[in-house]
Design a protein around this ligand. Structure first.
Ligand SMILES: C[S@@+](CC[C@H](N)C(=O)[O-])C[C@H]1O[C@@H](n2cnc3c(N)ncnc32)[C@H](O)[C@@H]1O
Length: 241
């Protein structure tokens, strides 16, 4: 990974460090809490946090005694997280500045892989590739948890309910809100930058990769969580194994 790759990645992902307001923070806090609860981390667990940002999730898991590898393409964010971990004497937290799509880990090396609000920038084929890679990196019986904005292009009633509620809440914010409605409509319809997919699309990707015990639910607004387990005894070998 070169510095210029990291820099361009940083420019594309400055949202990690942006302050998007109180609603955004409280929504993200609910997502973080849902991920941490689903993780059920125990001391010594080997956990990978993909797109860790400044470490909302990683820090909480490391505080429970887990050994966390926190990965993000934003070098400033991981350096800041490294400093925070040092200040809190969290020796089990290690950081890695790397785009998720360039990540390679040893097979069966993780007990748990988590990711919170970091995958919606990946194109669909890259999401599926990552789900398959996560399966490969997890030990049999290990768990993969994805929390992210999860909605499609308005073809399902759930999508339409999410879009209606977003439009309603922005419309209450006056001219600025209407401007954001216009901006977001373009962004989500054209999908140049963000590529969210629905909860059912995530569930299907997990199933295709071989995960079992898949659970999926909506956390708040458009945020959803999908988790699945790599079977302890594989029904058949995973692709590439
Ligand atoms: C909205 S922040 C969320 C950060 C953290 N997971 C949290 O819950 O606070 C999204 C993070 O994902 C990172 N990210 C997004 N796409 C990435 C990619 N392809 N590779 C590495 N990091 C990525 C961004 O740099 C950013 O730090």
């Amino acid at each position: 990974m070169t510095d210029s790759e990291l820099t361009s990645h940083k420019a594309a992902n400055n949202d990690a460090l942006d302050n998007k307001g109180a609603n955004y923070s409280s929504g993200l806090e609910k997502v973080t809490a849902a991920v941490v609860a689903a993780a059920r981390a125990r001391p010594g667990d080997r956990i990978v946090d993909l797109g860790c940002g400044a470490g909302r999730v990683s820090l909480r898991l490391a505080e429970r005694g887990a050994r966390v590898l926190a990965v993000d393409g934003n070098q400033a964010a991981v350096r800041r997280l490294e400093t925070t971990a040092r200040e809190r004497s969290l020796t089990g937290l290690e950081v890695l500045a790397r785009p998720i799509d360039c990540l390679s880990l040893p097979a069966k090396s993780a007990d748990l892989i988590v990711t919170s609000y970091a995958l919606h920038r990946l194109r669909d084929a890259d999401k599926q590739r990552l789900v398959a890679a996560a399966y490969h990196w997890l030990r049999p019986g290990g768990t993969f948890i994805v929390a992210d904005m999860m909605f499609g292009r308005g073809t399902s009633s759930q999508d339409r309910a999410i879009i209606r509620s977003k439009v309603r809440s922005l419309a209450h914010k006056g001219v600025g809100g209407w401007w954001r409605i216009a901006k977001n409509s373009c962004r989500y319809l054209v999908r140049v930058k963000d590529h969210p997919v629905s909860i059912s699309a995530w569930t299907a990707m997990f199933a295709r990769a071989g995960f079992t015990g898949i659970t999926a639910y909506s956390i708040v607004n458009e945020a959803g969580l999908v988790s699945g387990r790599r079977p302890s005894v594989p029904a058949q070998a995973a692709p590439g194994e």
